[in-house]
Design a protein around this ligand. Structure first.
Ligand SMILES: [Zn+2]
Length: 217
């Protein structure tokens, strides 16, 4: 997709979303490797907050790696973006601020193939950072699932956070730096968040009203 006279490159935004252990980084690395094999210029950003394994590499759980530029926020990614890159990737997109949405849109508008990967839901099961807006604006969306650590179903979409072996409560801080936290992939039925407000409360009230025998009929 290099620039050539009369052949303006057309950009796009691809999103890779899912819970932990769903293979997001593997999928991102797979797409980037294919671009590199096609002799395309690739630039990778990752949130500086994520230093689990390496400050300068995108590392998947199976140990594959590609070098990445750690940035503190979307503004820094914008100012350090390579205008000559064919592909610009953002890993751990959920850790970025809301401005990442505009940055990705503008980069795609300028002709880059933008690929963002991240957790769509936090440990509470709620939309994480800029991911919902990125997913809505993406030209293509890949939502991956993992294997539930409890029942083995291949349909896990939630990230279970465990503190001292017990499910983390709803009021626990969103981003924990402590090393005692553990994470598992879990299906909807086995995702536990003590203290979580009941979702769909208006819907439940309607169901209760419908189930109550009428006194007027
Ligand atoms: Zn399960």
């Amino acid at each position: 997709m290099r620039d050539s006279p009369g052949n303006e490159r057309i950009g796009s935004l691809e999103l890779i979303a899912g819970c932990m252990y769903s293979g997001k980084s593997e999928e991102l690395i797979r797409r980037l490797r294919r671009a590199l094999i096609g002799r395309q210029r690739v630039q990778v950003f990752k949130a500086a907050i994520d230093d689990r394994y390496s400050a300068v590499d995108v590392v998947s759980h199976d140990g594959q790696r590609l070098s990445a530029l750690p940035v503190r926020n979307a503004d820094e990614a914008w100012h350090r973006s390579d205008g000559g890159a064919d592909v610009i990737a953002v890993d751990e997109a959920q850790f970025f601020d809301a401005a990442l949405v505009d940055v990705c849109e503008e980069l795609a508008h300028r002709g880059h193939r933008v690929i963002a990967a991240g957790l769509d839901l936090d440990f509470r099961g709620e939309p994480f950072g800029p991911m919902p807006m990125l997913m809505a604006r993406a030209d293509s969306l890949t939502k991956l699932t993992a294997v539930c650590a409890v029942c083995g179903a291949p349909t896990a979409t939630r990230t279970q956070r465990l503190v001292g072996g017990l499910p983390a409560s709803y009021s626990a801080p969103l981003i924990a730096v402590g090393a005692t936290d553990m994470y598992e992939a879990r299906c909807r039925a086995h995702h536990e968040v003590p203290g979580r407000p009941r979702p769909h409360a208006p819907w439940q009230a309607m169901m209760q009203a419908a189930a109550t025998p009428s006194t007027t009929g």
